[in-house]
Design a protein around this ligand. Sequence first.
Ligand SMILES: Cc1cc2nc3c(=O)[nH]c(=O)nc-3n(C[C@H](O)[C@H](O)[C@H](O)COP(=O)(O)OP(=O)(O)OC[C@H]3O[C@@H](n4cnc5c(N)ncnc54)[C@H](O)[C@@H]3O)c2cc1C
Length: 505
Amino acid sequence: MAFEHFDVLIMGAGLSGIDAAYHLQKLCPKKTYVILEQRQRIGGTWDLFRYPGVRSDSDMFTMGYSFRPWTNTKAMAPGEDIRAYVTDTARNEGIDRHIRFSHRVLRAAWSSRDAAWTVHAVHQTPDGRDVPVILTCNFLFSCAGYYRYQAGYTPEFPDLNRFTGRVVHPHAWPEDLDFSDKRVIVIGSGATAVTLLPAMARTARHVTMLQRSPTYIISMPEQDAIANRLFRILPATWAYRLSRWKNIGFMIYVYQLAQRFPNFTKNGLIKKAQEQLGPGYDVATHFTPRYNPWEQRLCLVPNGDLFKAIKAGRASVATGLIERFTEKGIRLQSGEELEADIVVTATGLVLQAFGGAGLEVDGRRVDLGNTLAYKGVMVSNVPNLASVFGYTNASWTLKADLICAYVCRLLNVMDRKGARQVTPRNRDEQPVAPFVQKFTPGYIQRSLASWPKQGAKFPWRVYQNYLRDLISLKWSPVHNHALEFSNPAEVTLKPAPDGSRRQLA
Ligand SMILES: Cc1cc2nc3c(=O)[nH]c(=O)nc-3n(C[C@H](O)[C@H](O)[C@H](O)COP(=O)(O)OP(=O)(O)OC[C@H]3O[C@@H](n4cnc5c(N)ncnc54)[C@H](O)[C@@H]3O)c2cc1C
């Protein structure tokens, strides 16, 4: 049976999926492609998360696409502005016509005989039915993000069901949630909790951020004064390019400083927090993490909004372990009791590779935990497959842009060589580290065993460094000893007894 066929099938219409489609249209204009998106809208993360204050915590000059200037004056932007930027890009470039919404990829099976993937998806129709859909493609490009969309992570909290107030997870924010004049506890200390605290404190009676242990938090101006000046005097493309490079340079500088001089950086960050909160505030308990800067993502707060809310008494931080929930709130192991009308569990995500789709190569299930990542893009011994995983220490899009352009170069090299298959072959490299290294948030650590590993040397290393990736993905030749270009084995066609043509392998 013949199925609808595309040269490239992209999974996901988030920031990366639109990036991938843009690059394909520009660099491989003859390739046919389709995007399968499980949701009903473009935007991925920036469409899913609707909690109060949702925003970027990296600057939009590096989180925007290399090919489309971010012209909004806010460098740290609200979620809805990012969603509009991604959606407008898709519309302006005619990418939206290629998206099939409500299509969830369940599994993909590679056949070396056909040099093609058979992709099994399910289409949720407007009347709620799940209709199976099968497509084939030569190259599968996963832009499905890095976490499970269906639900976030919530630890087992003892006696949660005794609590008489409302419990919500930022992953599924209820549109009707009215928190004005309510007492709110936000459990967590990551970017989401740090965003929620000042946003909810504007109308809530009081917001408490309840954390097991502190995170590094630093205030940044919401607007980038230098970038805004550049936009006033230069054409937008130039102003954007310069602002992007300025911020890439700054990010690399801060990250390297933290790696080489962790104590110096740590003391600097803690001192800044103390200055914002005043001399009497217990920064040692609430704002002094147990790890070194950048072992977890640094949380940026625009114009110090979190510190201001705490200083004004509208919000506070409690640091301690939860013993159990009570009817009225939460009891800590220290004996302290916190009362609340609403508890927000900003406790993280569940990591998921390839959008949870199962992969098979010639009838064999791919166990990703036993593979090596090739340049952080492909997977050892799996042909014609790539995926986007951005930086943990810088803007996601910087790497997404590099990966999308790299995949197009790879497709063009395959065409020039007349090869229908390309497979990273690991001959002697041993796994030495997880896919993400020196990065310790719980939600990352919980799931890394089932992700591809990285080796000790190029091209089996996964860099968290834009300059190294420029060399690896943009400036190095596509062809190297680890990539095998090939074609399906020759087949002989012989008539079947019923007269039809039958293939013999
Ligand atoms: C709350 C939050 C804040 C963040 N803030 C920042 C930030 O400030 N800076 C930064 O650089 N990064 C940030 N990130 C990381 C963020 O995920 C990236 O910035 C970026 O949005 C990732 O884009 P993506 O398209 O790769 O993935 P996603 O945005 O996750 O999009 C993936 C898309 O694939 C679809 N999909 C998934 N599985 C399937 C399937 N099986 N079949 C079909 N479709 C599927 C999803 O529905 C979704 O539309 C943040 C993440 C979160 C959760």
